[in-house]
Unconditional design. Structure first.
Length: 123
């Protein structure tokens, strides 16, 4: 058997195996939406009731009771926003551009002072 025929035979066998695997997986996936899905099984997922988080609204005139985690979460979130807002606005400007600008201003002042001193000495 020549190498090309052997390669063709291996490719055909591999293609056949791949097709059979794909056909079986497609058969499992196309369940029509009924029964168990790929990631869920019957009994693990409730049918949606039409309410957000499956919680019915409170009766008219009543307010919703807060859960135990809500108040600490809201307080922590508010304080985080305040601390970050104040802290990020008050942080020092440590960029290289600001440093270079300040150094350039210092040099210009020194040169100006030298020019003034030279003018006073020459008079």
């Amino acid at each position: 058997m020549s190498p090309t025929k052997a390669l063709a035979a291996v490719a055909a066998a591999g293609g056949g195996m791949l097709r059979s695997r794909l056909r079986s997986s497609l058969r499992l996936r196309s369940s029509g939406g009924e029964g168990a899905g790929r990631w869920t099984t019957q009994g693990h997922e409730e049918r949606p009731k039409g309410y957000l988080f499956n919680r019915p609204p409170p009766p008219p005139g009543e307010s919703r009771k807060w859960e135990d985690w809500e108040l600490p979460c809201y307080i922590t979130s508010f304080l985080t926003i305040v601390i970050l807002g104040v802290g990020l606005n008050a942080k020092p400007d440590l960029t290289i551009e600001t440093w270079a600008h300040q150094k350039a201003l210092e040099r210009m002042q020194q040169q100006q002072q030298q020019i003034v001193a030279a003018a006073v000495d020459s008079e």
